[in-house]
Design a protein around this ligand. Structure first.
Ligand SMILES: [Zn+2]
Length: 311
């Protein structure tokens, strides 16, 4: 009896000593902005989980991202790594080799993906002609978060991963998940109602970020000027593209606020098409972004599209 009491006291004392060490020691790393935003929503109210983003909020898409020494240091201390998947994190194999015991959760798990070429709608027109699109053949498009219903599935996958690592927090994570997915479904309804009546559907984009969004709301991406940001076109290529755009009836051109695009100006001058801006939400406030930041930007994108495609 006396022994038992002493043991209990020792356990209690040990707990008091160890608690401050473990408090706040749980770190979740997310790979880039959209996954960070979702995870902040899912862990809202859980102050013992520190959610940090790997890439700086200004990095944008991770297509050419090189892991930095600071990233490796952060990952070595992490409890969980949450990623987009679908090919966005090209450095993934390095993570697996360097941190074999770090759990990695892919938000894209089980989500139907589009092939890069499907988005252009060119496959039906020329199934045998693979010469021009050979470099991207078989590649999937990774910009899944721009379809709010796919974002629902992403949130569900991330929540499942968080619950596996932090089972005690299941009630809070589940409540946060339900509130987030309700909001995403409402956003989807709003976007459908706003975009489906538009008289024009054709858009030209400057980075292949919008095929999932376009597919969700009946828009047609008739051309992607640069498959990924930073690609530059020759004067000859720009001339060919300008002719194509004129043939298509001068659809509006959509650049992204993250990337300055000189070819957009050239094409606008050549064709008379207007240049607008659509935000793929790969950047945003670096500190304490509003939890509904994604929805805010999606609504503002909708207003831009309504204006650009109404006349
Ligand atoms: Zn991208």
């Amino acid at each position: 009896m006396k022994m038992k009491k002493t043991t209990r006291w020792i356990s209690f004392l040990l707990l008091m000593i160890l608690l401050p060490v473990f408090a706040g020691a749980e770190t979740v790393i997310t790979s880039f902005y959209p996954v960070w935003l979702m995870t902040l929503n899912l862990t809202d109210g859980l102050d013992h989980i520190d959610v940090r983003n790997l890439a700086a909020p200004s990095v944008g898409c991770l297509h050419d991202y090189q892991l930095q020494p600071a990233d490796m240091k952060a990952l070595s201390r992490a409890d969980l790594f949450l990623i987009n998947g679908a090919g966005m994190e090209t450095f993934l194999s390095v993570i697996g080799e360097t941190f074999p015991s770090l759990p990695v959760v892919e938000a894209s798990a089980g989500i139907p993906l589009l092939q890069e070429n499907d988005a252009l709608g060119l496959l039906e027109e020329s199934p045998e002609d693979d010469a021009s699109g050979a470099s991207s053949e078989g590649e999937t498009n990774s910009h899944i978060w721009l379809d709010p219903l796919r974002a629902v599935q992403m949130a569900e996958n991330l929540a499942e991963g968080l619950i596996q690592t932090f089972p005690a927090d299941e009630p809070v994570i589940t409540r946060n998940l339900n509130s987030l997915t309700d909001r995403l479904r409402a956003l989807n309804e709003e976007l459908s109602a706003g975009l489906s009546p538009l008289p024009r559907k054709d858009i030209v984009t400057f980075h292949e970020a919008f095929p999932y969004f376009a597919a969700a709301y009946g828009l047609h991406v008739v051309a992607v000027v640069n498959r990924e940001p930073g690609e530059t076109l020759t004067t000859y290529q720009l001339g060919v593209l300008a002719e194509e755009i004129k043939k298509l009836g001068n659809p509006p051109l959509f650049v992204e606020p993250q990337y300055e695009d000189l070819s957009a100006r050239v094409l606008a001058d050549e064709t008379g098409s207007r240049v607008w801006s659509l935000d793929p939400i790969v950047t945003g406030p670096a500190e304490n972004p509003p939890l509904d930041y994604y929805e805010q930007v999606m609504r503002s994108n909708m207003q831009t599209l309504i204006e650009a495609l109404s006349d």
